[in-house]
Design a protein around this ligand. Sequence first.
Ligand code: PRP
Length: 182
Amino acid sequence: MNSMNCDILSVLFDEAQIRERIRILGEQIDRDYADKTPVIIGILKGGFIFMSDLVRAISIHTELDFLAISSYGAGTSSSGVVKIRKDVDIELFERDVIIVEDIVDSGLSLQYIKDYIWKHRPASLRTCVLLDKPAAHKIETQFDYVGFEVGNEFVVGYGLDYNEKYRNLPDVGVLSPRIYTE
Ligand code: PRP
């Protein structure tokens, strides 16, 4: 059987843990934006599953949009090269914006995205990141909402890929080095 699970060394966060963490993040966002209608921008592709679960854990009014960037080639480390592949459609001027990312590795992508969004002159800008990999940061980086910290392993699943695969794994797991060294 062509099962993804055979390629996973260990599960770091399973579906129940992710659901519970997102429930808490949703409550925080509900409180922080109680009298606002934030524009929530999911970063494609990796952020699409986190975005879809997070917005359903939020009960205030929101408007949703997506930004597609590319920062990596097919490999496993950051090139730091970022391109906008799909721009936001909603006018962000004087809006409260929340960026939703799956993972912060070097921090270069999120920094680029924040600088890009600030150019639209939003009223406020916050970031919500499912996974933070502090050992991999190449620049000083801060977020407003974080799901979990991970070590310096190669993690896949729940939107995160290796060569476009494993995004549909429902858990976050460590990819076996056998896969990217063979
Ligand atoms: C991943 C992830 C972040 C970025 C983080 O995207 O979704 O956007 O890398 O890395 P950094 O902190 O080192 O910049 P990727 O370029 O792999 O594209 P994808 O979301 O389409 O998988």
